[in-house]
Design a protein around this ligand. Structure first.
Ligand code: NAP
Length: 495
């Protein structure tokens, strides 16, 4: 029996990844595509992260699809509403917004070996069947709040930065911010403008580089808009800048030292107070954790009503936070900017493959996938922004576009060969995982703890190389790396 001429494709997640996949599939004639998302609309991380100052710290000329370049970005790194507006417009222009079924939080998807089909179920009981499943739920979608003693006793207001309570007025309040990562450095200067007293709790210092991000001056804006090559030149320049940052991370003892010196000088100049400066200077290799870009964060820490606390948090109390030294500080509001459960890809969704094996169990010793996309024993399943495809020096959109094209080619093979399913060869996946992990040796990423690692310390988030390498590796789908099976699939023996 030949496979269906139009494979039924289900995409889970309507962020940049899911939308990229839907566009790519639509452009190549796949018509049976649906997208599920838990949120009421598309956008993914850009739908949820609405904290004041939320913006991308990757310049928009690169943090946008190569096939949908805009010339009217308001600034170098666009704010959240502009990025969300861009994604909405792109989805509309490519007619994929109509494929979205919003408000559907997927609880499980299981592969039925007999029918070579994926059965997907949502928390509210809806079921969807598909021949192919694309899980584009991302790495940064589940906010993480550390389980500190006394958390539930706090009677003030509290929320995670990725779920900002817009209605809560910070003016005149005593505010605590826990965490000093990429999100916090964007909103701390804004909160400092409003709060009566702001205390920032830092566990680990971060390397910073400048980012003014002012609105484009009219002349530059006009140049980008009207002189065609300016746009593509800027994109190329930003791409190469990202690759240079990766070069510094890959070579921490040489190039890394130069960029570290640049960061040190910048941070030194931003903070005249030596005591404060000593607190914010990292003591680990440049690039091990995500490098932060802000020219506004350190000056905000220097304001008279802002405190930086580096003592460990011992407990949350009814009215505030107690640190290890026994000091208790009272707060009206606690903002958790403590990141995401990045290494628990897809959780709590349950994903069942051949023989009912749970992906969670297969990944017991750390997540891994061939090129971050395919896992042996999970036929016709593709991940987007899966294990080892995050970037520290580039744009994730570059990776997502590459993945969308790769997945589309794989599905073309499936369809054109009349196959029912495809499965990456276990030896191929194991080989590429070994190679990926080996490439971290000697790089800055191994120099400290970070959200790139899972609980066992394995680096599961990041791609160990350059954007251009990932593009090269994924450019053409290599059918020999996969096993293809035709229908009919043997029925199980009776009894
Ligand atoms: P994050 O970088 O993971 O930062 C979490 C912060 O919380 C860290 O400072 C961490 O300290 C601290 N923390 C965690 N548990 C703690 C505890 N028990 N006590 C005290 N501090 C604690 O999270 P994020 O800032 O939300 O950013 C996550 C990622 O999202 C970024 O790295 C980036 O990839 C992405 N992002 C991107 C943009 C953009 O503009 N493109 C903007 C925001 C976020 P330690 O360092 O000690 O763990």
């Amino acid at each position: 029996m030949a496979a269906r001429p139009q494979p039924r494709i289900l995409i889970v997640g309507a962020g940049f990844g899911g939308i990229a996949a839907a566009i790519e599939l639509g452009r190549h004639g796949f018509t049976d595509v649906r997208i599920l998302d838990a949120a009421p609309e598309l956008g993914g991380t850009w739908f949820y992260n609405r904290y004041p100052g939320a913006a991308c710290d990757v310049p928009s000329h690169l943090y946008s699809f190569s096939f949908e370049q805009r010339r009217d970005w308001s600034r170098f790194c666009s704010p959240q509403d502009e990025i969300l507006g861009y994604l909405r417009a792109v989805a509309r222009d490519h007619d994929v917004d109509r494929l979205l079924i919003p408000g559907r939080r997927v609880s499980s998807c299981r592969f039925d070996e007999v029918r070579a089909a994926w059965e997907t179920e949502t928390e509210t009981g809806e079921r969807y069947e598909s021949d192919v499943i694309v899980l584009a739920t991302g790495q940064l979608n589940r906010p993480s709040i550390p389980p500190l003693p006394g958390m539930d006793r706090f009677i003030g207001h509290s929320f995670h930065s990725a779920r900002w309570g817009g209605e809560y007025d910070l003016r005149g309040k005593r505010v605590a911010v826990i965490g000093t990562g990429a999100s916090a450095v964007q909103f701390v200067p804004r909160v400092a403008d409003q709060a009566a007293q702001l205390t920032v709790f830092q566990r680990t210092a971060n390397w910073l580089l400048p980012r003014e991000n002012q609105i484009y001056p009219p002349l530059l804006r006009a140049l980008i808009e009207h002189v065609t090559p300016v746009q593509s030149l800027r994109r190329r320049w930003i791409f190469n800048y990202g690759e240079a940052l990766t070069l510094a991370i890959r070579h921490p003892r040489t190039v890394g030292k130069l960029v570290e010196a640049r960061s040190r000088i910048f941070m030194h100049r931003q903070l005249p107070d030596p005591e404060l400066r000593a607190k914010v200077m990292p003591d680990y290799t440049f690039g091990c954790k995500r490098v932060l870009f802000s020219s506004h964060y350190l000056p905000a820490l220097g304001r008279p009503h802002v405190d930086l606390v580096t003592d460990r948090i011992a407990a949350v109390t009814e009215t505030g936070i107690r640190t290890d030294d026994g000091r208790e500080r009272p707060f009206d509001c606690i903002i958790w900017s403590t990141g995401f459960r990045a290494s628990e890809f897809m959780a709590p969704m349950r994903v069942g493959g051949n023989g009912g094996r749970e992906l969670h169990d297969v990944w017991e010793r750390g997540a891994h996938a061939h090129l971050g996309m395919t896992v042996p024993g999970f036929p016709s399943m593709f991940l987007m922004y899966g294990p080892n495809t995050n970037t520290s020096g580039g744009s994730v959109i570059v990776y997502l576009e590459a993945q969308a094209a790769y997945i589309r080619q794989a599905i073309e093979h499936l369809r054109d060969g009349g196959f029912a399913k495809l499965d990456v060869r276990a030896d191929v996946e194991a080989g590429s995982d070994r190679e990926t992990q080996a490439r971290f040796a000697g790089t800055a990423w191994t120099g400290c703890d970070s959200w790139y690692r899972d609980e066992q310390g394995r680096i599961v988030a990041n791609w160990p190389g350059y954007m251009r390498e990932y593009l090269k590796r994924t450019r053409s789908f290599e059918a020999s790396e996969y096993e293809f099976t035709s229908l009919p699939v043997a029925a199980p023996a009776p009894g």
